[in-house]
Structures are given as C-alpha cells and as structure tokens.
Design a protein around this ligand. Structure first.
Ligand SMILES: [Ca+2]
Ligand SMILES: [Ca+2]
Ligand SMILES: [Ca+2]
Ligand SMILES: [Ca+2]
Length: 317
C-alpha cells in the first residue's frame, strides 16, 4: 500500500531542482498580494463554473465545456461554497501590506464544491489521513496529477502546513465521507461502496500560489475530483489527544492553535502547534502525563499533589 503524499509535492520538488540546475530556466514571478490574486482567481472560477457543466455519463472527465447546456455548474443546485481563511504567512508574504485581522485570521477564499455523492461512511476532518483517488486539473482542463487506480494515503494536516500549499485539497476531502466498504479485486483495483465523491474548485491561495510547477502556472486556479475511500484518525504528537481535537478554535486549521506560543517565543524554541507538540502548555510535563494524572494539559499553572508532599506529581514520581 502506498503511503504519503508524493505526486502533488514531488512535482514541486522537481521544478525547484531543475531551476537550480540551470539559471536559464529560472522564471521570476513577482509576488502579488493575496487579496489581489484571490479576486482574480475568484473571477476566473466563476467564469469557469458558468461555462461548464457536469456530465454524469462521462467517467473520465465529467466536467465539460458547454456554455449552451444547462444547468451550468454555477446554476447546479448541488454547487456549494465554503469559506476558507488563508493567512499571508502561509506563503511567506510581506505582512506589512496587510491588516492585523488579515494577518491573524486570514483572507476569505471561496472553495466551490460540487458534491456528487457525500458518502455513507465515516466523516473526515482536515486532521485525518485519507485514502483517496483523485485528479487535479487547471481551469483549461489540463490534467496535472491523478491517482485513479487503487488509491493513495494523504496526511491532510500536512497539506495545510504553511508554505506547503494545496489547502483546498484538504478542505475539500474533509467535506466528504468515506466508503462503507472496500473490496480489493483480483487485478489490484478496488470496489468501494458509497464512497464520498466531489469536485472542488479553488484559487491559488488554496493551491500553490506563486509556486509555478511544470503544469500549474503561478497564481493558477484549479479543481480536483476527489473520492474518499477510507480514513484514519491521527495523533501526530502521540500525546493521547487526537489531532482533530487539538484544533482548539475548530476552524479546521491546525497551525493556529498553539497554547504555549508566548513561552516558545520567549525561549527561542521551535514554534509547535498543539497537534505537533507533546507538551501543549510548555510546563515541562508532557500532555499525555498530565492527562493520566488528571491535570489540565492546557494550563501550565495546574498542580496535582496526590501524596501531598508539597511537590507537583509527575509521571516519573
Ligand atoms: Ca495529539
Ligand atoms: Ca485551528
Ligand atoms: Ca506549542
Ligand atoms: Ca504540559
């Protein structure tokens, strides 16, 4: 079984290497403001949705250009939209150009989705690992990546990491549910029952932004078809708290929940969001230990002294 997230990000790596190896290949792309690009991409996506429709009978590419056919994707009653807030820091942008609210909470991006089948299995969060089939295309319908046979495991938490890009993929997959049953056929393919399947359209702020790839232009909008076969609940830091519960503000983004941010900054420590920090409150006692002792793992001031010897209990007591 293949594990990890390779294709989307291997492409990014290959482009970077080739650029380094030959200066003549370097393409200088001026860095544009996130709000500006968001508006441009939004306009492009709306034109796309208004000029394309969903053809249920085409299994390879059911999204077809046909402005005369109705309903267009834009008028399809199944079309939904989810707002996802993207922070300038996710793309290393100069934050002096943004308001404090935009730096802290981000700029609202529209993720449009056509839910073909929600799925009848388990719900998915952006903290889960998912086993998916998918294809990704730019708005000219050019294919840039796909896995259609078998499937591939993706850790959705990593896809939303700053500078990683492709948050739209993670946010889209989390709108679906898994299959109820997966059977492996003799030829290595799968038969899945009631797997969630949908199309997700988003701008470069939820994609690769200025990082041009071989087949994705800088600032290019895109769409993915995703089928979710299975998922695993994760605990990335092994502290006993599932990663999805470490999203304290419940916005689906794991990198803005950091209980001991001030402590980490004051002590020049690595900035670790809670889902990747085994001592969430930075008090020196691992979160898993605090839970086992009945302490509050998010409060550095709590002390548990069961034997009343005057010292806070620790797991190695
Ligand atoms: Ca955890
Ligand atoms: Ca969060
Ligand atoms: Ca932390
Ligand atoms: Ca602690």
């Amino acid at each position: 079984m293949k594990t990890g997230f390779t294709l989307l990000f291997a492409a990014l790596f290959i482009v970077s290497c080739s650029n380094n190896s030959n200066d003549n290949d370097l393409i200088s792309v001026p860095v544009e403001a996130l709000s500006t690009i968001n508006e441009q991409n939004e306009a492009e996506i709306i034109v796309f949705l208004q000029s394309h429709f969903y053809d249920n009978e085409s299994s390879i590419l059911p999204i077809e250009e046909a402005p005369e056919k109705t309903p267009s994707l834009w008028d399809d009653p199944r079309l939904g939209v989810k707002q996802v807030y993207v922070r300038p820091s996710e793309f290393n942008l100069d934050t002096t150009a943004y308001t404090a609210a935009e730096i802290e909470s981000g700029i609202a991006h529209n993720l449009y989705y056509l839910m073909v089948q929600e799925g009848a299995g388990n719900t998915v969060t952006t903290a889960d690992s998912v086993y998916v089939q998918y294809s990704g295309r730019t708005l000219d319908l050019a294919l840039f990546d796909q896995v259609r046979q078998g499937g591939l495991w993706f850790d959705l938490s990593r896809i939303q990491a700053p500078q990683q890009g492709f948050r739209g993929f993670a946010e889209g997959a989390a709108l679906l549910k898994t299959a109820t049953q997966i059977a492996e056929n003799n030829d290595g393919t799968f038969s899945a029952s009631d797997a969630g399947r949908g199309f997700f359209f988003f701008g470069s702020g939820l994609g690769a932004y200025q990082n041009a790839q071989a087949t994705i232009p800088a600032y290019g909008a895109m769409f993915f078809e995703i089928t979710v076969l299975s998922r695993k609940i994760t605990d990335h830091d092994g502290d006993g708290i599932p990663s999805y519960l470490e999203d304290l503000n419940k916005n689906g983004f794991l990198f803005d929940d950091n209980t001991d941010a001030a402590y980490e900054a004051a002590n020049n420590l690595a900035v670790l969001p809670n889902y990747f920090d085994n001592d969430d409150d930075g008090d020196g006692t691992p979160t898993a230990c605090e839970i086992s002792l009945g302490l509050d793992p998010l409060n550095a001031d709590t002390c548990y002294d069961a034997d009343q010897d005057g010292d806070c209990d620790r797991c190695d007591d």
